[in-house]
Design a protein around this ligand. Structure first.
Ligand code: DQA
Length: 150
């Protein structure tokens, strides 16, 4: 089957607790619900989607390395590593596909420590604050960016 390519959806620490974790901020849906929504959006736009979640920074870096030359885009919700990880910044900087930073909440409207993103400067754009809707929006952004480039 020929597709427009593979999108890697990458989920960082504590996102495996979605559904139980602070639903007023993150919503009631589970990570599996969001992955399903992202995959449905990807397939409707002619892409494939693979997902990985880890609570460990090194695993996320390995996943970004493994996506090089094999995927057309990374959609990443790095959780709190967004605010601290220059290693994830450097890994994404060495990736040549589209990068979308994704958050369920709007970090800019929350505590000051969430106002810094190490990912922002190596991302094509950021989708934040739309809870689960952000997942299909991020996939649509990937499709539109790639279409505009070709
Ligand atoms: C988050 C926002 C981060 O500040 C937080 O640490 C998370 C989730 C979000 O999706 O809103 O774990 O990335």
């Amino acid at each position: 089957m020929s597709t427009n390519g593979m999108i890697l959806l990458l989920s960082g620490p504590n996102l495996d607790l979605l559904g139980e974790r602070d639903p007023a901020v993150y919503g009631h849906e589970t990570l599996e619900n969001h992955v399903d929504a992202a995959r449905a959006a990807a397939e409707s736009l002619g892409f494939e989607l693979e997902h990985a979640q880890s609570n460990h920074e090194g695993d996320l870096i390995e996943a970004i390395h493994a996506a090089r030359g094999r995927t057309v885009a990374i959609v990443i919700n790095a959780g709190a590593l967004t605010h601290t990880s220059w290693s994830i910044h450097d890994a994404l900087d060495a990736y040549d596909g589209v990068v979308i930073e994704l958050h369920l909440s709007n970090p800019a409207a929350r505590e000051p420590f969430r106002h810094t993103s190490t990912i922002a400067s190596v991302a094509d754009g950021c989708i934040a604050g739309f809870k689960g809707l952000g997942y299909p929006l991020a996939i649509e952004a990937v499709a539109r960016i790639i279409a505009a480039r070709s």
